[in-house]
Design a protein around this ligand. Structure first.
Ligand code: C5P
Length: 292
């Protein structure tokens, strides 16, 4: 029997997202407060000795080759660990919506790295985070989990005090928004506003959920794009239903609201499900792996 490793891949939300000017290597420097949430994919990694790595999923359109970050991560792990003949067949039970700004693919990759290193124990924490950084911009945060400040491309991380326990409603409209397209559109405009990242840090230090929520902001919402109208309509519905704050996560198209009362979240989920393709409830989750 081939050995199986099971690991959870938690979705991420942006509590805030700020972007600097393009930095000349095709990327932008970011300043983001990120949060891992209980919505997750389930991974089963079956170890093989044929040196091949592949993935398959309940969503048939997810690629099974290196375009899938989970495959890229496993190959990198085996290479860095000197496990040349090691192979893996990765099954991903996907629940995190695709094209949502919730780092679903990055989180699958991070779960592969966590799972493989828990099993083989070949890489130091610093090496594991190098493998994450190589795999993609959001993979390091997904490896770490919890509540964190992310800088650079997203790979420079500092853990922050945990977001106080709350009820989160996530809505993903049917459309997706292309990440490069949105960065491009952002370069062409003068931003009207930036998130108060220091204020969010202070509110987290104080364990003050309402003050965190009041400061949540994502600069991508400023891009003049007809899809942002849909985003602001969903935000308004969440706020009208009692959310302490609501913003789009990452480059969208998912939008979330944070509630203190569980009762309100059930009612708003029921209402929003009538018109939005994907609606779910989630809670913040804590640190998955310590930082180097
Ligand atoms: O990280 P990911 O591969 O998802 O990024 C896709 C594209 O988004 C990049 O090729 C780049 O054009 C843009 N991007 C950026 N700055 C970042 C992250 C992504 O400009 N920090």
């Amino acid at each position: 029997m081939n050995e199986k490793i099971k690991e959870r891949a938690y979705a991420k939300l942006n509590i805030s997202l700020d972007v600097s000017k393009p930095r000349g290597d095709g990327y932008h420097d970011m300043l983001m407060v990120m949060q891992a949430i209980s919505l997750c994919d389930d991974l089963t990694i079956t170890l093989t000795e044929n040196g091949k790595v592949s993935a398959e999923s309940n969503l048939t359109y997810i690629p099974g080759d290196e375009r899938n970050l989970a495959v890229k991560a496993a190959k990198r792990y085996f290479q860095m660990a000197g496990l040349d003949d090691q192979g893996a067949s990765i099954h991903i039970q996907k629940r995190i919506p695709v094209g949502a700004g919730m780092a679903g693919g990055s989180s699958d990759a991070a779960a592969v790295l966590r799972g493989l290193n828990a099993h083989f124990r070949k890489l130091t924490t610093a090496e594991l985070f190098q493998a994450a950084e190589y795999t993609g911009s959001d993979v390091a945060f997904c490896l770490a989990g919890g509540t964190a400040l992310a800088e650079g491309r997203g790979e420079i991380l500092t853990h922050l005090p945990a977001l106080p326990m709350c009820n989160i409603v996530v809505c993903k409209p049917e459309f997706a928004i292309s990440t490069p397209e949105l960065f491009h559109a952002l370069d062409a405009i003068k931003l009207r506003r930036h998130p108060d990242t220091a204020g969010i840090r202070q509110a987290l230090d104080n364990g003050d959920l309402k003050q965190v929520c009041r400061r949540m902001y994502n600069v991508f919402e400023d891009v003049p794009d007809r899809r942002m109208k849909v985003v602001s309509e969903i935000k308004k519905k969440l706020i009208d239903a009692g959310a302490e704050g609501a913003i789009m996560t990452g480059t969208g198209s998912a939008v979330f609201g944070i509630f203190t009362e569980e009762k309100e979240t059930d009612a708003v989920c029921k209402e929003l499900k009538k018109e939005i393709a994907f609606v779910c409830k989630a809670k913040p989750v804590g640190i998955q792996h310590p930082l180097p």
